[in-house]
Design a protein around this ligand. Structure first.
Ligand code: NAD
Ligand code: DAU
Length: 339
């Protein structure tokens, strides 16, 4: 089988490519990625040595480039990770998010129809459900929770999901969707909470916690997300949505304190800064459907996952130091200097 992975030079996409090589070495993996600020060929250094792998630099909104690739590769499965993924950046430039996340999805699905792919899989997010109140720990997102978005990012992801379901119903495109909670692990770009805190704590720099740090996220080790996507795209029912999450809720403050403890750094590094506009309070996934239908369960608990993640950042300093030395400096200055 040939699997076309979009956005494979990013965080989850690169982890997914390694997951496929390990679990399905017989398959061919083709990656298309625009290499935006978040895409990094260093993530694919090992993959590029594999005969079953091809990398193509292209934009998923570029219809000509996408069709050429489908013509050449005739993929059996398309997995769409490619997206603008950072909520804070979507507040700065919503248009880019709409273009890539919605129109890119349309372009990929048009090519998938034309070339008769067996499965188009959309990697979506729990953020399409909006947020849950902090004082109702009994509530969870299920696949039937209404879409109710807060940020331009989540609105763009929800729009893409609706388009995917429309292509299934109108054109009979064989689709599936996974909606996952917050991931963490290797190759996580240091603009996101956990790698930002690890890399700043290692330099004894202040750790900017938004608002009062009581917002809750439901953390999942990235390999468990990859396993879920692999199961759904191969065995999940056509036209279905599957929520992915491991009942692993933590406040942001708890997460930051875990990082500090792992690194042996003082809590005095924590600095409370102005809140994110429209900041979602709590995400919490009910993963009953994927568990009951496909037998998926997470295998890495938070403490183990955090230990592995911190160890990865300690062992791969060049990877993140190269990122921090580039355009990232302007990004950090722009986003955090007046907070
Ligand atoms: P990321 O930002 O690390 O990677 C995104 C990748 O997409 C990058 O390699 C980038 O170069 C590429 N890309 C961006 N625009 C492109 C375009 N126009 N054409 C081709 N490639 C383009 O993101 P991530 O955290 O790995 O997230 C991957 C997917 O998973 C996204 O769709 C995101 O919405 C979803 N998701 C992420 C999380 C999470 O916690 N990170 C959780 C649930 C769902
Ligand atoms: O839930 C899935 C989503 O998780 C994905 O769809 C997104 O692509 C992914 O980026 C992530 O979104 P979040 O907004 O939850 O992740 P982020 O790492 O940006 O922030 C996590 C929490 O930490 C959030 O409540 C905001 C807070 N935060 C974040 C940063 C970057 C801080 O307090 N300080 C920070 O500097």
């Amino acid at each position: 089988m040939t699997i076309l992975v979009t956005g494979g030079a990013g965080f989850i996409g690169s982890n997914f490519i390694y997951y496929e090589f390990e679990h399905h070495p017989e398959d061919r993996v083709v990656c298309i990625d625009k290499l935006t600020y978040a895409g990094n060929l260093a993530n694919l250094e090992e993959a590029l040595k594999n005969d079953h792998f091809r990398f193509v630099r292209a934009d998923i909104t570029d219809r000509e480039a996408v069709e050429r690739l489908f013509e050449e590769e005739k993929p059996d499965i398309v997995v769409n990770f490619a997206a603008e993924s950072h909520v804070d950046r979507s507040v700065e430039d919503p248009g880019l998010f709409l273009r890539t996340n919605i129109l890119g999805t349309q372009t990929l699905m048009d090519a998938s129809r034309k070339y008769g792919v067996k499965r188009y899989h959309q990697v979506s997010t729990d953020e399409v459900y909006g947020d849950l109140p902090l004082d109702r720990p009994d509530l969870f997102f299920t696949e039937t929770t209404p879409i109710h978005t807060s940020s331009p990012y989540s609105a763009s992801k929800a729009s893409a999901d609706l388009l995917v379901l429309a292509y299934a119903r109108t054109f009979g495109l064989p689709v599936s969707i996974t909606r996952c909670s917050n991931n963490y692990g290797p190759y996580h770009f240091p603009e996101k909470l956990i790698p930002l805190m690890i890399t700043r704590a290692l330099a004894d720099e202040s750790l900017p916690v938004y608002g009062n740090g009581e917002n809750v996220r439901d953390w999942l080790y990235v390999e468990d997300h990859c396993a879920a996507i692999d199961l759904v795209m191969r065995k999940g029912r056509e036209g279905e949505i599957y929520n992915v999450g491991g009942h692993n809720e933590r406040t942001n403050l708890q997460v930051v304190k875990t990082v500090l403890k792992e690194l042996g750094k003082p809590e005095s590094l924590i600095t409370f800064v102005r809140d994110r506009p429209g900041h979602d309070q709590r995400y919490a996934i009910d993963p009953t459907k994927i568990h009951e239908e496909l037998g998926w369960l997470p295998t890495t608990d938070f403490d183990t996952g955090m230990r592995k993640t911190v160890a990865w950042y300690l062992d791969n300093r060049k990877w993140w130091q190269d990122i921090l030395a580039g355009e990232y400096q302007n990004y950090y200055q722009h986003m955090y200097s007046n907070r």
